[in-house]
Design a protein around this ligand. Structure first.
Ligand code: PEP
Length: 253
């Protein structure tokens, strides 16, 4: 069975003090369930990653980055490479988060390069996909999500693909307080798994974790996690409260 995976995306929040404090509070609050079958990660802003890695060094909580560039090194002012993230102790990296797709205007092609370079650099990418509200209303959810998955994974061998986690995050549910119903989430997750089966075969499809993200809170986490194809949660706003994030992890084990 797929091990549940709960990740907290802190976005552009916290500072040098509160990032470490939040990481420590989460770690302390989950101490009694260390060893339970659940993977937990926190995803701070780049500049606080090292401090958070240090704060969590004796805990089984992984650290991720919110973005990455696809080149290894060189004249790419302002960018951060997979090798750099690996070097400072990052395990995961978000690729194609909706805020990068829609605010920073990242394309599927760029996201694909980031996914591929991350794996080559020893990171575990979390490829985020999801439709806008207009696309859902126009019955285009499947078409949009399918395109984002196919293009995001283009050219990846099965070996490389096995490092990937997928996250379905309907854009209309991110940071809005609107959550997809468990049935809406299950429908899209099941479609994504069928697509992965077509691309990589049934065994890899069954092994791949597909997270749900979009206004996950302590009171809706358990029901989302009960869906057959929901293997974990990507939590934004609620991951900034240690109490809420801990409750979400507990609801998922
Ligand atoms: C996210 O940032 O990936 C997210 C799902 O945010 P929120 O939980 O705040 O909707």
């Amino acid at each position: 069975m797929r091990k549940p995976f709960i990740a907290g995306n802190w976005k552009m929040n916290t500072d040098s003090y509160t990032s470490v404090q939040l990481a420590k509070d989460v770690a302390h609050g989950l101490e009694d369930i260390a060893g339970h079958p659940v993977d937990v990660a926190v995803i701070p802003p780049f500049v606080y990653i090292s401090a958070v890695v240090g704060a969590l060094s004796t805990y089984q909580i992984a650290v991720g980055a919110q973005d990455v560039y696809f080149e290894h090194k060189g004249a790419f002012t302002g960018e951060i490479s997979p090798a750099m993230l690996k070097d400072i102790g990052c395990a995961y990296v978000l690729c194609g988060h909706s805020e990068r797709r829609h605010v920073i205007k990242e394309t599927d092609e760029l996201i694909n390069k980031k996914v591929s370079a991350s794996i080559s650099g020893g990171l575990l990418p979390i490829l985020c996909v999801g439709e806008l509200i207009e696309e859902r209303k126009a019955n285009k959810t499947e078409e949009v999500v399918k395109r984002q998955v196919e293009k995001g994974l283009a050219g990846l061998s099965p070996e490389k693909f096995s490092a990937v986690t997928l996250a379905y995050e309907p854009v209309w549910a991110i940071g809005t307080g609107l959550t997809a119903t468990p049935q809406q989430a299950q429908e899209v997750h099941s479609m994504i798994r069928q697509l992965i089966a077509k691309l990589y075969g049934n065994q890899l499809a069954q092994e791949t974790r597909i997270l749900y993200g979009g206004s996950v809170k302590p009171d809706n986490a358990a029901e989302l996690m009960r869906q057959q194809d929901v293997d974990g949660l990507l939590v934004g706003g609620a991951s900034l409260s240690a109490k809420d994030f801990i409750a979400i992890v507990r609801a998922s084990v």
